[in-house]
Design a binder for this molecule. Structure first.
Ligand code: ADP
Ligand code: ZN
Length: 361
């Protein structure tokens, strides 16, 4: 059984296919490409290559495969160079096609390589983490990190198709699954109160029968937002809404040197901080803050920072956030559970209070 969602972006439109196992669907595309004389190259990481060796062989047969080191360290300019050289060594021409099979790191890196190689070739995504399935596989943001910061070099390059096979999640470490769940909770909070209520009633788990449906709904919400604002140009609303919890979360990641929190864990605390800020601004009642915290906690995610972080440092970092405008960070706030909006100037007192309430000092 598979199910399909179309992301409408004019001539960059593409389908996302959902199912537990999508071997047949990937084979059909690979056969079609081969029939058209188009070469395929696969990029994955070493964990996925080891754990899913058999599945990758079934999916891609003898296609040349590059397995980069697992982890954020591979989202580097140096690794981008290696991927580009690999594509060249495989003899890909303009009709060549890249398959990115892995988590967000592989998707961002291989997607960016596909965007640069011969000024842009087609690529398909086969996300294998929950985070990549609900977040990085919709929207076409690709890129690598620079010494000066995360995702500072990149391109918008929409995939030609995305295959979301939730069966891959069975082997995902619990901590990584939880980190992906943070983006699911985020998406529900900003766009679907009913989905949030479902997560609230019973938290998601790796073998969950609802998983494919929930992932699909998250992609649908994100696709709707991206379709309306592909390049994040809308002042109010638009893609910026997807940053709910992220102004706080990015600051936590940066202040802790990207060493203590997975992205999703920092976002989890960020969602709680955003809820508290929204409460301070009189937008939502205490009971909604409690709902957000309980749901975050039920997904094995932190609701407070693990050790107190300096509010002054966090505020300084947030002011330099890539999404800040003229030194004042933009915050996404909740207007209700399931509805969010962007505010440009928030009184620093309110932000400080939110930081304090999630354990910073
Ligand atoms: P993310 O998708 O969260 O952005 P990564 O791409 O770094 O992050 O993936 C997180 C970790 O999970 C990496 O160590 C990666 O090798 C590993 N991983 C990815 N997919 C799977 C899977 N299906 N089973 C087990 N481990 C996986
Ligand atoms: Zn995120």
């Amino acid at each position: 059984m598979s199910d399909l969602l179309k992301v409408h972006l004019g001539d960059r439109s593409y389908p996302i296919v959902f199912g537990e196992d999508l071997t047949a669907q990937v084979h059909a595309i690979a056969a079609e490409l081969a029939f058209g004389g188009r070469k395929i190259a696969v990029v994955t990481d070493r964990n996925v290559a080891r754990i899913h060796a058999k599945a990758l062989r079934v999916l891609f047969g003898e296609s040349p495969t590059l397995a980069v080191a697992a982890g954020e360290g591979s989202k580097s300019v140096a690794e981008l160079g290696r991927v580009l050289e690999f594509l060249a060594a495989c003899g890909l021409d303009r009709s060549g096609v890249v398959f990115a099979a892995g988590g967000g790191v592989v998707g961002d890196l291989a997607g960016f390589a596909a965007a640069c190689y011969l000024r842009g070739i087609d690529y398909y995504q086969v996300p294998t983490t929950l985070l990549a399935m609900v977040d990085s596989s919709v929207g076409g943001k690709t890129g690598v990190n620079l010494k000066a910061g995360k995702n500072l070099a990149g391109a918008f390059h929409q995939p030609h198709g995305v295959f979301i096979a939730t069966g891959f999640l069975r082997t995902l470490p619990a901590r990584e699954f939880a980190a992906g769940a943070a983006e699911v909770i985020k998406t529900a909070l900003l766009g679907d109160g009913e989905l949030f209520a479902k997560l609230e009633q019973s938290p998601l788990s790796p073998g969950d029968a609802r998983l494919a449906g929930v992932v699909r709904r998250c992609c649908e919400i994100k696709a709707g937002i991206v379709e309306a604002d592909e390049r994040e140009r809308a002042g109010e609303g638009g893609r910026a809404l997807l940053n709910l919890g992220h102004t706080f979360g990015h600051a936590i990641e940066q202040v802790t040197g990207y060493a203590q929190y997975l992205h999703g864990e920092a976002v989890a605390v960020g969602l709680c901080a955003a809820a508290r800020l929204s409460r301070r601004l009189g937008l939502i009642p205490d009971s909604d803050v409690a709902r957000v915290e309980a749901t975050v906690a039920a997904h094995a995610l932190p609701v407070r920072v693990r050790t107190a972080l300096s509010i002054a440092s966090l505020m300084a970092v947030a002011a330099r956030d890539k999404k800040a405008r003229g030194g004042s960070p933009r915050f996404v706030v909740l207007k209700a559970v399931g509805r969010a909006s962007v505010v440009g100037s928030v009184a620093p007192d309110a932000v400080e209070a939110a930081w304090r309430e999630v354990g910073c000092s």
